[in-house]
Design a protein around this ligand. Structure first.
Ligand code: ADP
Ligand code: MG
Length: 391
């Protein structure tokens, strides 16, 4: 994997267009979480320090293309970015015709999704963007799995295209964990559905020394092992797939352990009474909402012995305190471990935040969909384009 890196390029006096993911939540004209803006700051500052004239691109929300809608304007982002950078950031509404920008200045181009052809990766649109810059920097990992005009098309049209430090750091971390891991490599895959993570499970099974499943995914594996899961969330259509994965693990001399005990309740609610049961004792009117305490200890021991840990998906309904213990135990086991740890997924990140272990995770991936696709072994189109033009 070879592409140009922004760190290594001379940007003095150049027009540098940087694609970031500044798709932040906005309420009443104010940014309510600026994490993504802060993540992009070092890249923008580095370009300025190198003497560039900076043009920024991002999408925000899902507007109808070709219909600029004030609700999806990047104006609040320009305001917050300006505060964080300590210098003016001009928002330019109409920018495809040309942008005035001098070295040391930052111009934020209005929502790329206001342009017709963005999502379809229209070549003419990509070319109109590309002519505005001397160097294009792709820095938005969260959108790298989508081939769109401002993420992939433009890379192939720009005079020079490179990866920004945020993107390359993310790719380096993922590669380290997946392609060159310190062993044993342990993956924890939880969350609600096998169907959304079947390819992830399949790919990881080939790579890891131990796969651990939790959450609704474990329920399907429990059912596939012949136990009654009552009213639990599980996917009857995928029992066969789960059995196939279990057999594949066995054939390779390993296993996908199913939880030996579980926490059940009679309803899916925060105040439902939690009961611990052996996995073969779940009653027809009960649902499994967490792994049990013995399983949590068993899994924690596996995590303690790991050289590398990949975590995607909570192992229980961690949003309800009564059913959060299993996910908390996983988070704390990772916190105690000195292994290289990588976590990704929207709800996984929420859990990590809730249990206060953010600082203990070696790398937290910023892109939900892009993270899963990378783990699945798919090529991210924007990254493939960066590699293609670097040859
Ligand atoms: P991520 O966003 O980290 O990839 P998912 O979206 O796949 O994770 O799944 C997260 C959701 O799975 C959480 O909202 C959690 O409550 C739910 N979940 C976990 N375990 C169970 C379970 N046993 N039954 C029902 N839902 C569960
Ligand atoms: Mg999710």
């Amino acid at each position: 994997m070879k592409y140009l890196r922004m760190e290594n390029l001379d940007l003095a006096g150049k027009r540098v267009m940087i694609r970031e993911d500044l798709n932040v939540p906005v309420s009443a004209g104010r940014v309510t979480s600026d994490a993504r803006i802060r993540a992009a700051l070092p890249t923008i500052q580095m370009a300025l320090d190198k003497g560039a004239a900076v043009l920024l691109l991002s999408h925000l929300g899902r507007p109808v293309e070709g219909e600029p809608d004030p609700q999806y304007s990047l104006q609040p982002v320009a305001g917050r970015l300006s505060e964080l950078l300590g210098r003016p950031v001009r928002l330019q509404a109409d920018w495809l015709g040309g942008v005035e920008v001098k070295p040391g200045e930052v111009v934020l181009c209005e929502n790329v999704r206001f342009n017709k052809g963005e999502k379809k990766n229209d070549e003419a649109l990509a070319r109109r963007m590309a002519v505005l810059c001397d160097v294009f920097v792709m820095d938005a990992f969260g959108t790298a799995h989508r081939a769109q005009a401002s993420t992939e098309g433009i890379v192939r049209q720009a005079p020079v295209a490179c990866a920004g430090p945020l993107l390359s750091r993310e790719l380096d971390a993922l590669r380290k964990a997946l392609h060159d891991p310190a062993r044993p490599l342990v993956a924890i895959v939880g969350g609600s559905k096998v169907s959304t993570k079947l390819t992830v499970l399949e790919t990881l099974l080939d790579k890891v020394d131990q796969l651990i499943v939790g959450g609704g995914i474990a329920n399907t594996f429990i059912a596939a092992s012949g136990h009654d899961v009552g009213k639990s969330l599980y996917e009857p259509d995928l029992l066969h797939e789960a059995q196939r994965l279990i057999q594949r693990a066995h054939a390779a001399g390993g296993s996908i352990p199913i939880p030996r005990d579980v926490v059940v309740a009679k309803s899916f609610s925060a105040d439902a009474e939690p009961l611990v049961r052996n996995v073969d004792q779940v009653r027809p009117d009960e649902m499994i909402l967490d792994i049990g305490p013995l399983t949590a200890i068993e899994y924690s021991e596996i995590i303690a012995g790991a050289g590398t840990i990949i975590w995607n998906g909570p192992v229980g309904v961690f949003e309800f305190p009564n059913f959060a213990a299993g996910t908390r135990a996983m988070a704390e086991a990772i916190e105690r471990s000195s292994a290289y740890s990588l976590a990704g997924g929207g709800d996984t990140l929420a859990a990590i935040d809730q249990f206060g272990v953010t600082d203990a995770i070696s790398y937290i991936s910023t892109g939900g969909g892009a993270f899963l696709e990378f783990v699945e072994g798919k090529t991210l189109p924007a990254v493939a384009a960066l590699e293609a033009v670097a040859r």
